[in-house]
Design a protein around this ligand. Structure first.
Ligand SMILES: Nc1nc2c(ncn2[C@@H]2O[C@H](COP(=O)(O)OP(=O)(O)OP(=O)(O)O)[C@@H](O)[C@H]2O)c(=O)[nH]1
Ligand SMILES: [Mg+2]
Length: 687
């Protein structure tokens, strides 16, 4: 093997590569994929996001919103080698797809703009890559719009990365636009050509001086991890070009630096250099398999990165084959022990799935009809259930919406659509509320839920209506009462008779319901007492304010019966009547759920969070620096459930999209006054 692992025939012996395109919202990832596919002739013409004809944003939802809403995959060939690129969505609401894809990639290209507001988003993404030890380049995109010096931009973005951002290209300015770049490793200057490879030009004068200086800075950073290079620099010896490339590759692979390349995806500038850097410097499948901890024992091992339900091909599991081979008929076992036979192997190009032959080590393909495989699953062709290599737990959801099929006849179809929806996107969850039969979709934000309901209506053909989910209000009482409930009916033949006296009294918060039998002398016969309790429970299902009643103690203290007319039914009715008559006399009061909320946000937004919380009836408990997160805070508060409903929308808008929160039920609290009156009135109106 020659320089940088290059083998004979110019191939790199690293096998098929898998590269994630990640980065802050709207930084140009989908456009970059398009430029790469055009440059490598996988597509005839470079489409644009604005025209809605890109490979990456192929779904109706992505095109409609002009943003990526799921990971998409495209396999192409560059200099005789196979590359699968994963175009990840930038919005934090869809970040789960990125997180699921990252464990199996050889490297990531972090596409970023020179925008200070994007630093916290960049930090989130860098952190995900750092935690998984994924080697990463930074592609400084939209260089056509640059209005500051690239070195300043790198300084601006540096706090987002734990390792040095290593500038390895510098721009050539013509007036106040960037006309080309100098590659500091190659020591070559290029001028950009629109939709064509850049042309090599001579470097002279001021540009040459700047190049020398910038190259020295780059080498100095590399020398931090290479003593020999450090000596050469100190002694003013020019290191050989091969050594510089080897260092660049090594320090990228060891995640010691994050090299920075420049470009303009829209005009396909800087794309070829990026591809060459990927080719020479990223690790191959052998190293990646080692990073993930694959133990090769002859079986094929694959990691599922994404699940699609296609209209014609059914379920598709996009997976990277980490070792071995797999094709039609290979049986894969999941960590849960389920086994499915592959039915079809497909090459991916956005929404297109093209049937192909068996997959080799390192390839990223879609496997058809693996009914039990889930995104994140490790699959093995062996009989034994494999150990899970990389499980990605979705972030806890932050926003919910109640959905209902517009037509009753679609109820079953809706259930099936939910299964597909959550298989495709495990960061969505569906919860059935047994109490009020509401079906609630939980997700990561407003757009996330909007796209989910669009998918239900459009892709799965189940039109749904939506509304905010019901808040779990309860009511209780503040005063005890003793009350008689009497049910008597004499309508010819067999009559009905039940008569009870109940003592109803409040219990401390969180006690629930208690029933006590204090009958003496058999005034209510033993066998009717369970029926009385059932009647009481019937009555507590909906109190005078319209909500389930909790924290009450009910004692059956007296009553009477009739030898012929008494029955379970009659005593149950008597119990219910007693409750219905008694509760209004007990000073009923509304209870609302209060949750413990923890908001995480960049420090400069902490004051805004306090204001948002105060405006939402929250009790702020304090704030702290977020452990392990420079420049972030955690704000803790207790907050009514009703106010958490759309909290995320305000939090996101105050934090350039990166703030988030978790919440846990804490207790029920009494609610009185105007807010309570409004809730009760709304409940009555809804009856
Ligand atoms: N001027 C300029 N605009 C660009 C460039 N690259 C992308 N854009 C524009 O930036 C916008 C976002 O581009 P996308 O490719 O959708 O960005 P993205 O990162 O895929 O966006 P998300 O997936 O939604 O995070 C579009 O309007 C693009 O036309 C570039 O190099 N220069
Ligand atoms: Mg995109």
């Amino acid at each position: 093997m020659g320089q940088n692992g290059t083998g004979p025939n110019g191939t790199s012996n690293k096998g098929p590569r898998c590269i994630a395109l990640v980065g802050p919202f709207q930084s140009g990832k989908t456009t970059l994929l398009e430029a790469i596919l055009a440059r490598t002739e996988a597509i005839a013409r470079q489409g644009t996001v604005d025209a809605g004809n890109t490979v990456g944003d192929a779904s109706d939802e992505a095109r409609h919103h002009k943003m990526s809403v799921e990971a998409t995959f495209a396999t192409t060939q560059f200099m005789g080698e196979s590359y699968t690129f994963i175009d990840c969505p930038g919005s934090i609401e869809f970040i789960h797809d990125m997180r699921s894809a990252l464990p199996a990639v050889d490297a990531a290209v972090v596409v970023c703009e020179a925008d200070e507001k994007k630093v916290p988003q960049l930090q989130l993404i860098m952190r995900a890559l750092e935690n998984l030890n994924v080697p990463r380049f930074l592609f400084l995109n939209k260089i056509d719009k640059a209005d500051k010096r690239v070195r300043e931009t790198v300084k601006l973005l540096q706090p987002a990365s734990r390792v040095p951002l290593l500038l390895r290209q510098i721009p050539i300015w013509h007036g106040d636009i960037i006309a080309g770049f100098v590659d500091l490793a190659l020591e070559r200057a290029y001028v950009y050509k629109e939709y064509a490879p850049s042309a090599i030009v001579d470097l002279a004068g001021e540009d040459l001086d700047r190049e020398k200086e910038a190259r020295f800075t780059m080498l100095e950073t590399l020398a931090d991890h290479d003593d020999e290079l450090m000596e050469q620099l100190l002694e003013d010896i020019q290191p050989p070009r091969d050594k510089v490339f080897d260092d660049l590759a090594k320090e990228l692979r060891d995640r010691l630096v994050c090299p920075v390349l420049l470009g303009c995806a829209l005009r396909s500038n800087g794309v070829l250099r990026l591809l060459k850097a990927l080719r020479h410097e990223t690790p191959g499948i052998a190293e990646t398999a080692q990073r993930i901890g694959v133990k090769a024992d002859g079986d094929a091992i694959a990691l599922v990165l994404k699940t699609f339900h296609t209209l014609h091909g059914g379920k598709m599991s996009v997976a990277r084959l980490l070792c071995g081979q797999a094709g039609d008929g290979t049986t894969f076992t999941t960590p849960a022990g389920a086994a499915d036979r592959i039915s079809g192997v497909f090459k991916l190009m956005g929404a297109q799935f093209e049937k192909r032959g068996q997959a080799a080590t390192g390839e990223t393909v879609a496997f058809g009809k693996l009914d039990h495989a889930k995104t994140g699953d490790t699959l093995s062709s062996g009989k034994q259930a494999p150990a899970a290599l990389a499980e990605v737990t979705p972030y806890p959801p932050v926003l919910a919406i109640a959905v209902q099929a517009k037509e009753r006849k679609d109820d079953v179809k809706l259930g099936q659509a939910f299964t597909k929806l959550t298989e495709e996107d495990p960061s969505l969850s569906v919860v059935h509320n047994a109490e009020n039969h509401e079906v609630v979709i939980w997700g990561q934000g407003e757009m996330h839920l909007r796209v989910a309901t669009e998918r239900l209506s459009d892709r799965f053909a189940v039109p749904v209506s939506t509304r905010p989910p019901t808040v779990g209000y309860r009511e209780t009482i503040r005063k005890p009462v003793s009350v008689r409930g009497r049910h008597k009916k004499q309508s010819g033949g067999h009559g009905q008779f039940g008569d009870v006296v109940l003592e109803i009294k409040p219990l401390p918060r969180g006690s629930g319901f208690q029933f006590e039998d204090r009958i003496t002398g058999g005034v209510v016969p033993r066998n009717y007492i369970p029926a009385v309790e059932e009647g009481v429970l019937d009555g507590l299902k909906q109190g005078p304010l319209g909500f389930p009643v909790v924290d009450v103690h009910v004692a059956l203290v007296d009553g009477s019966y009739h030898t012929v007319d008494s029955s379970d039914m009659a005593f149950r009715t008597a119990g219910r009547i007693a409750i219905a008559e008694g509760l209004p006399q007990c000073q009923p009061v509304l209870l609302e759920p209060i949750h413990m909320v923890e908001i995480v946000c960049p420090t400069d937004a902490t004051a805004k969070m306090n204001a948002i919380l105060s405006g939402r009836r929250a009790q702020i408990l304090g704030f702290d620096t977020r452990e392990g997160w420079d420049g972030w805070d955690v704000v803790r508060a207790q907050m009514p459930e009703a106010e958490i409903g759309d909290l995320i929308i305000e939090v996101r808008s105050a934090t350039a999209g990166v703030g988030s929160f978790t919440f846990n039920f804490d207790h029920m609290a009494e609610l009185t006054g105007r807010t309570a009156d409004q809730i009760v009135a709304a409940r009555r109106a809804a009856e």
